[in-house]
Design a protein around this ligand. Structure first.
Ligand code: NAD
Ligand code: IPM
Ligand code: MN
Length: 356
């Protein structure tokens, strides 16, 4: 009776390829369950430019706000790089329009994944941290921003409420995890980072059960690689979070596995893989669908409370990784579709096990 509305922004280049995979898994995992949903296809990104003349049509904002969750694939690519309003602009604007100020990017390596990491097993075993990336301010949004013939300006800006709310988001998350927060900034140089760290120090005592440490972002790029198991919740500004999360993805062996969730104070969450539209492999049928499948599972768990269905999907992901039924980015030789079919098979046999 209660039908959940899922806004689907299918993306560009590999976007639609992995979205199809994610939706096929969503269907398979929910077929025999009470969970009912309806998909609402909205033009966005390059697809928005092609279908509706803009990367973020007003109707897409309006309908996304009405949805119970937003599922987004990757956008952008060379086709629209010269457009007056690029797909990436639409992405920044939808984050702002929905006030999605916190972006949660997990890096978790299961025992079955450790052998696929480019790092030594002893270093990566047990890695399980989340990057809490501030998403609607900082260097991405500060004014002035100008590109002129002989100079260019970006502005890194934060105000107090923007920093306070992302800190609380991260500290609260740590209380549900391993009670450890790492603040990452560049407070030895940048004013916004000094501000960031000062506020962190003011807020930390409100969470006496949470251990806090502080890193400069340059040192953090090393620490993420040399001791990834030392972290739990990493709270960092927009630009640093963008960079650190791509780096962190490498620990797992491929960025093609990593989901994310963007949350605000009200309205639907937005779920998207952290990677881009991978124009270099688009159309070849070899994009890794796991990022989108994990994104779907995250949505089921976090927006709809469907933890059991999400767990079933995670088990199917584990199973294909375990059996080496993966795409080339993970050292396999299967297509996007073949990996997806394998996952669906695992979901269906999981079903028979739980029923009998
Ligand atoms: P990218 O993340 O698209 O690709 C980086 C590398 O990772 C490429 O070698 C690519 O083949 C690989 N890769 C990414 N996802 C993969 C997957 N699912 N399976 C297998 N391999 C995968 O980054 P880029 O090349 O710098 O950017 C391409 C376009 O995507 C640009 O237009 C960029 O602005 C856009 N972008 C969009 C998002 C988003 O929609 N959230 C995120 C990042 C980049
Ligand atoms: C991401 C992407 C975006 C960002 C781009 C495409 C605007 O890299 O989601 O990580 O930098 O936030
Ligand atoms: Mn990025």
């Amino acid at each position: 009776n209660d039908i959940k509305k899922i806004a689907v922004l299918k993306g560009d280049y590999i976007g639609p390829e992995i979205m199809a995979a994610g939706l096929a898994v969503l269907k398979a995992a929910t077929d025999s369950q009470q969970f009912k949903y309806e998909l609402i296809d909205l033009p966005f990104g390059g697809d928005g430019i092609d279908r509706a003349g803009d990367p973020l049509p007003q109707s897409t904002i309006d309908q996304a706000k009405q949805a119970d969750a937003i599922l987004l694939s990757a956008i952008g690519g060379p086709k629209w790089d010269q457009a007056p309003r690029r797909p990436e602009q639409g992405l920044l604007e939808i984050r702002a329009a929905l006030n999605l100020f916190a972006n949660i990017r997990p890096t978790k390596i299961t025992d079955r994944q450790v052998d696929r990491s480019p790092l030594k097993k002893a270093y990566v075993t047990g890695t399980d941290f989340v990057i809490v990336r501030e998403l609607t301010s900082g260097a991405y949004f500060g004014k002035p921003r100008e590109l002129q013939a002989h100079q260019a300006i970006d502005t890194m800006y934060y105000n107090e409420s923007e920093v306070v709310r992302i800190m609380h988001e991260g500290f609260k998350m740590a209380q549900k995890r391993r009670h450890h927060v790492t603040i990452v900034d560049k407070s030895n140089v940048l004013a916004t980072s000094k501000f960031w760290r000062n506020i962190a120090k003011e807020i930390a005592p409100q969470y006496p059960d949470v251990m806090v440490d502080y890193y400069y972002v340059d040192a953090m790029t090393m620490a993420i690689m040399s001791k990834p198991t030392a972290f739990d919740v990493i709270i960092t500004p927009n630009l640093f979070g963008d960079i650190l999360s791509d780096e962190a993805a490498q620990i797992t062996g491929s960025i093609g596995q990593i989901p994310s969730m963007s949350v605000g104070s009200e309205g639907p969450n937005l779920y998207e893989p952290i990677h881009g539209s991978a124009p270099d492999i688009a159309g070849k049928g070899i994009a890794n669908p796991i990022s989108m499948v994990n994104t779907v599972a995250m949505m089921l768990s976090e927006s709809f409370g469907e933890k059991a269905i999400a767990e079933k999907i995670y088990r199917a992901v584990d199973a294909v990784i375990d059996q080496g039924d993966v795409t080339p980015d993970m050292g396999g030789d299967l297509s996007t579709e073949a990996v997806t079919q394998k996952m669906i098979m695992h979901i269906q046999s999981d079903e028979t096990v739980t029923i009998s």
